[in-house]
Design a protein around this ligand. Structure first.
Ligand code: UD1
Length: 425
């Protein structure tokens, strides 16, 4: 298993370019299953999860070409199977995004039920309930979710999510695009990735209004066709690099980003003493205020509030802030795995239920640590950049799922970080 070796204490300086959003590219790739025509997606980040999603499409019978590194040209004309096998689902929950498109276009879908994951149980009951509301019958057979559309296909309906779910909203939006009649989704997720998917679907011929707000209206169409679309920049990668600059006391320019997609993060980081200047609508300049970082409490909430996917990185930052900060995680029940590793590096953090209290500022010192999930890995890299001495981060396959070229990108702004490959480790 690859590891990262980080030698901390070097302020970052320079320019970083942000890649495409993993969480947008995943549903957009799944959406290619909705048509027999070719869909071209640009700015797809080169990360493990996207390679897995593409393997799933190919496994189903789609052809996928890569005319350029970050461009995928997918034609799902001859789909031979309607099934996402356990081998793929267990490595990436987002394979459940195949359910909606397969069910809508072919009237059937079978997806292995995702098990628990490091950050909680993460059920998909709300996705399934929404499909049932569109007329599907759903059953559990040998660990697989088997969904079948009624004779004549899915039928538009009112779907009122009892809890905000990002991939659930995406799944129902894709399914309802090919349903007969109109679907209204209430309490829909408002993440920018939802809007991006709706943009792609509308280019393919769907009739979706209101994506990005809690109420989405989808007028079903008979047929979806070819489209070309560029994935939005990754707001979590952007936030992670803002924290990287701040935690090292550096100064960097972040290019190709969408600051308007992470307003709550920027606002919170400003409150904590990070000076973030918008040079233009796609470029940020980041440095720390002359009086340093100060503790600021945060609670994770669905978009447009502070995202759970930035909680771990924010916790690493708070170890370097003056004062005590309270971090509440309301989205996932077990998302503080990074805290125990940060404590091993010298952080003072108390955990009680879904609340972490971080007592800053503590001097961090390098230690061998274990990455437990994607964003937890990022927080350990950030802590390592701020720590004295060497931090060896194990199980970095988690970070490879969602951060493209994080080592070269950090090195390009002066970080001392290297990948130790399995053979050499
Ligand atoms: C997506 C993101 C993930 C992010 C999360 C929350 C992708 C590929 N992943 O995950 O990075 O951390 O949103 O912003 O976009 N829930 C249920 N039943 C369901 C569905 C969800 O109880 O059927 C619960 C979950 O357990 C969780 C909460 O709802 O507590 C939100 O989950 P959800 O928004 O669905 O997360 P994902 O879409 O899996």
């Amino acid at each position: 298993m690859d590891k990262f070796l980080v030698r901390g204490g070097k302020p970052l300086h320079g320019k970083i370019e942000i890649g495409g959003a993993k969480n947008s590219a995943l549903p957009c790739l799944a959406a290619t299953l909705l048509t027999s025509e070719t869909v071209i997606l640009h700015n797809v980040p080169y990360v493990k999860d996207l390679i897995t999603q593409r393997r799933l499409l190919e496994d189903l019978g789609a052809t996928a070409l890569t005319p350029e590194l970050r461009t995928h040209k997918v034609t799902a004309r001859h789909i031979e199977r309607f099934e996402a096998p356990y081998e793929l689902v267990k490595t990436m929950r987002a394979s459940v995004l195949a359910l909606g498109p397969l069910l809508a276009r072919f009237g059937q879908a079978k997806v292995s039920l995702p098990g628990g994951c490091a950050i909680g149980t993460r059920p998909i009951d709300l996705h399934l309930k929404a499909f049932e509301e569109l007329g599907a019958t759903v059953s559990l057979e040998a660990g697989n979710v088997v969904a079948r559309a009624p004779e004549g296909g899915l039928v538009g309906a009112e779907v009122d999510f009892e809890k905000v779910t990002v991939t659930g909203t995406e799944n129902v939006m894709m399914a309802a695009s090919l349903a007969r009649g109109k679907t209204i989704v209430r309490n829909a997720a408002c993440e920018p990735e939802i809007e991006d998917l709706a943009d792609l679907l509308n280019k393919m011929g769907a009739r979706i209004r209101g994506a990005g707000t809690p109420t989405i209206e989808i007028a079903g169409v008979e047929h979806l066709g070819s489209a070309e679309h560029t994935i939005i920049p990754d707001r979590i990668e952007t936030g992670t690099f803002i924290v990287a600059a701040a935690i090292t006391g550096g100064e960097i320019e972040i290019k190709n980003c969408r600051p308007d997609h992470l307003s709550a993060v920027i606002e919170k980081l400003r409150e904590a003493g990070v000076v973030i200047e918008e040079l233009n609508p796609s470029t940020l300049h980041v440095k720390v205020a002359s009086d340093g970082l100060a503790a600021a409490d945060v609670t994770t909430e669905p978009h447009p509030l502070f995202p759970t996917d930035m909680q771990a990185q924010y916790m690493a930052l708070m170890t370097q802030a003056r004062g005590t900060s309270v971090i509440k995680e309301t989205i996932f029940e077990n998302r503080f795995m990074h805290a125990s590793e940060l404590i091993r590096m010298g952080a003072k953090i108390d955990i009680s239920g879904n609340t972490a209290t971080v007592h800053g500022r503590t001097r961090l010192s390098g230690a061998p640590v274990l990455a437990s999930d994607l964003r937890a890995s990022a927080s350990l890299v950030l802590a390592g950049l701020a720590a004295d001495g060497e931090t060896m981060i194990d199980r970095v396959y988690h970070i490879d799922r969602g951060y493209e070229s994080i080592v070269p990108k950090l090195r390009s702004v002066g970080a001392d970080i290297q990948r130790i490959t399995e053979a050499a480790a």
